[in-house]
Design a protein around this ligand. Structure first.
Ligand SMILES: Nc1ncnc2c1ncn2[C@@H]1O[C@H](COP(=O)(O)OP(=O)(O)O)[C@@H](O)[C@H]1O
Ligand SMILES: [Mg+2]
Length: 294
């Protein structure tokens, strides 16, 4: 029925070519069941009853979810449902915005990052972020990658760190003879991989990606998708995407969010990605992934 799908393909309410199956036809899902032993490992991030207000406007309502370690977790949902806001709760970036109020807790490796003794910049050191528009600094490729390590006072082999980070970001072979060239001279897809290299050079545990491919062409997108899957062996990745196929292809777990009439973003459903795409529990999830609303 659906080419290459592993896992639960039993589904009676939508036939081939009409519903969920059509939305993900040809997609090979990540192996993402409890057989991985995922459930035996403590989650990397535990989001607990998080609500958030921009001034008087509530943007998140009571979101609770566990983000598995060394996996790719996708956040999906219509524009304005709070995906970026939720992502920024994981590295305390919302607090850079005036008038934001946050309730609830986020634990990373069991430690509450909203605890009174925690300094937000320390959180951002272990939680890297990659944005929608590639944003290299107007510096050389080398200096872009070395940037965070220099700030942190890294005393090791900087050349080695730069090379290793660029290799991990699948960019080394393309730039190794041009490390002094400006990062801004690269193509969009290369710039995004440079930003990923910059993010991982400081050795974070978690990498947040907010629609990292939406400004890229299909080939550059494919490279970033491959990279996300490679990186998941060493990092916990949370990616916001509007591309259903991308969520189905790269993620192990998918969270579907939706804002109601009150504009408060809430978590509707969170499950293994193949479950969300092939057999969602909530009708609204099915409606969204089959493109019927949102
Ligand atoms: N800096 C901000 N100031 C005020 N409101 C914001 C800000 N950022 C987002 N919002 C509001 O919060 C809600 C969720 O936005 P966002 O998290 O960007 O959604 P998504 O990423 O799912 O599109 C929206 O109603 C948006 O207008
Ligand atoms: Mg967003």
């Amino acid at each position: 029925m659906v080419g290459g799908v592993t896992g639960d393909t039993e589904r009676t309410s939508t036939g081939p070519g009409t519903g969920v199956a059509a939305a993900t036809a040809g997609v090979t899902f990540q192996s993402n069941t409890a057989e991985d032993g995922e459930d035996a490992v403590a989650p990397a991030v535990e989001i607990r009853n998080v609500s958030l207000w921009y001034g008087a406007n509530q943007a998140l309502g009571n979101v609770t979810l566990d983000i598995p370690r060394n996996r790719v977790t996708a956040l999906i949902g219509p524009s304005g449902c709070g995906k970026s806001t939720l992502l920024r709760c994981i590295n305390r970036m919302n607090e850079l915005i005036d008038g934001v109020r946050i309730e609830g807790d986020v634990f990373i490796d069991g430690e509450n990052i909203y605890g009174p003794e925690v300094d937000p910049p320390d959180v951002r050191r272990i939680v890297g972020m990659v944005f929608q528009r590639p944003n290299p600094f107007p510096k050389s490729i080398y200096d872009n990658v070395a940037f965070g390590a220099r700030i942190n006072g890294y005393k090791g082999d900087m050349d080695g760190l730069v090379e290793e980070s660029l290799r991990r970001a699948a960019l080394w072979d393309e730039v190794k003879d041009d490390l002094r060239k400006s990062g801004l001279a690269l193509s969009g897809g290369q710039q995004q991989r440079l930003c990923i290299a910059r993010a991982i050079a400081v050795n974070p545990e978690i990498v947040l990606m907010d629609e990292p491919c939406s400004a890229l062409d299909p080939i550059a997108t494919q490279r970033i998708e491959d990279l996300m899957q490679d990186l998941a062996s060493d990092y916990t990745i949370v990616v916001v995407t509007h591309n259903m196929q991308q969520a189905a292809r790269v993620s192990h777990r998918t969270a579907f969010m939706l804002a109601g009439d009150d504009l408060v973003g809430r978590l509707v459903e969170f499950d293994d990605t193949n479950q969300i795409f092939l057999n969602p529990n909530d009708e609204r999830t099915e409606q969204y992934i089959t493109g019927r609303f949102g």
